[in-house]
Write a new protein. Structure first.
Length: 475
């Protein structure tokens, strides 16, 4: 209800059509294949959360959350505690994004699961929802988040307008997707879901400057988006309303964030018929996604070159990527911490050439100690980064790279990677995703406990309750 007591006319607005999809999906459920896809994303998020327990962002946000009073209704992963749903979503969303190991949608360049899945898990646990209902809500929330991101993608520019303006679309769009998921699980009707999204549109925020020059605040962006989404749904439950034209209006979401480059039609394109969800890329490496193709190119060259014999390295990437992983050059060649190393093309190439860990490079490659490793820094200093025409053609539907290495005998060796590992053209199998989870929880869960989490997560499509899963990751 609006303040005047009349119901909004959402039927023909963008948020109304998105809410209708959510309402219909809650009633009918996602397909079995889509539920399985979301269950894999739940497992991925849980592993990323458990891996991030010792991160400064996790400690800071959890400390603040413990100071907030409230009914213990949902699990704070790894804390041994339960919190109000919105607070649990804040903790878990921060954890999910803290290692930069969360999935990526292209070409919107969003990490949707890191905010939406924690929001859905928190409200699902608080309300006693079935696993299937949580998957349905998370799936719709993820779909809405990436469709909003697509509304800010400019074909002519070849990049996200959010990104061009220094805005973190992941947290901005993630707040709205999280609100849709939370509202579904709170049992709101179509108009209530629309209100929740309309409220959350005023809460989404995030700047990308930390990617360039440091600071740990970006790690909390997905936590705040999840918290905002759950809070927006709770406000809508109690009568707060959102504007019906919140997405397409003159002062609405897309115009405010992206200006005249926004494209509302992309948000609604084949809505309910085509799902972006299955095409979202899983990350095999715990570092910025722009670095991954360079890592795979380096892995391909390891059999051809001895790192001790390398004289020069050239890394070619899409032009917009340079700002994140190659600039400023001096800072990227010698990152100030392990976290900053995860956003460095030169450093990640060097670690991969030296052997790396995990599925190619892993958590051990992004400790503060690793960031000071003399051999890695020596190789990283040999890397010059540039834009590559072929990479520009493929970006941002892929994050490609070409790596050229000259050995001391003057011979050049080249590897080009056009399709990212973990995406539809080069997917991670269930076994590889389970291996990623096991690497994430090594030293945090026993082998038996890890197997139990994997089993509970992948059984969610069958309608298993959340209780056993969340107890297993509570700590």
């Amino acid at each position: 209800m609006s303040e005047s007591g009349t119901r909004h006319d959402f039927e023909n607005t963008v948020v109304g059509r998105l809410a209708a999809l959510a309402d219909r999906t809650r009633a009918e459920g996602l397909s079995g294949e889509l539920r399985k896809d979301v269950a894999r994303r739940v497992l991925d998020v849980l592993g990323n959360c458990l891996a991030a327990q010792d991160q400064p962002s996790a400690r800071a946000v959890t400390a603040v959350a413990r100071d907030w009073a409230g009914a213990p209704r949902a699990t704070g992963i790894g804390t041994g505690e339960r919190f109000p749903a919105a607070t649990a979503a804040l903790i878990n969303g921060t954890l999910a994004h803290s290692m930069d190991f969360d999935d990526t949608h292209l070409p919107s360049i969003l990490h949707p699961s890191a905010s939406v899945v924690p929001a859905a898990l928190a409200v699902g646990e608080a309300t006693g929802a079935t696993g299937a209902a949580v998957l349905d809500a998370a799936g719709v929330g993820i779909e809405i988040a990436v469709r909003l991101g697509m509304g800010g993608y400019d074909e002519e520019l070849g990049n996200s307008e959010f990104f061009e303006r220094g805005q973190h679309a992941t947290s901005i769009c993630g707040a709205v997707g999280s609100a849709a998921a939370a509202a579904m699980l709170y049992g709101l009707d179509g108009e209530g879901i629309a209100d929740a999204m309309g409220i959350a549109a005023s809460f989404g925020a995030g700047l990308l400057e930390a990617n360039r020059t440091g600071g740990t605040v970006k790690r909390a962006h997905c936590g705040w988006a999840a918290h905002s989404g759950v809070t927006a749904a709770e406000f809508a439950r109690h009568g707060l309303t959102g504007p019906p034209t919140v997405i397409e209006g003159r002062f609405g979401f897309l115009q405010a964030f992206c200006g005249d480059r926004a494209d509302t039609a992309k948000v609604l394109d084949r809505l309910g018929e085509h799902w972006e969800l299955p095409g979202i890329f899983f990350k095999p490496y715990p570092c910025n996604h722009f670095t991954h193709a360079g890592i795979d190119a380096a892995r391909a060259l390891r059999g051809e070159v001895d790192p001790a014999d390398i004289a020069e390295i050239e890394l070619g990437v899409p032009k917009p990527v340079l700002r994140t992983i190659a600039e400023p050059p001096a800072a990227k060649a010698a990152p100030e911490s392990g976290y900053h190393a995860a956003f460095s093309g030169p450093f990640t190439v060097a670690r991969a050439l030296l052997g790396g860990s995990g599925l190619g490079v892993g958590h051990a490659d992004f400790t503060d100690e690793a960031a000071r490793d003399p051999r890695t820094l020596e190789l990283a200093r040999l890397v010059t980064s540039h834009s590559d025409d072929r990479c520009d053609e493929l970006y941002p539907h892929q994050f490609p790279a070409v790596l050229r290495v000259r050995t001391r005998d003057g011979v050049w060796h080249e590897a080009r990677v056009d399709h990212n590992r973990g995406g539809p053209r080069n997917p991670l199998s269930d076994d590889e995703l389970t291996m990623k989870f096991d690497l994430n929880v090594e030293g945090r869960l026993t082998e038996q406990a890890a197997e139990a989490v994997v089993g509970h997560a992948l059984a969610l499509p069958a309608g298993d309750p959340l209780d056993a899963l969340m107890a297993a990751v509570r700590g």
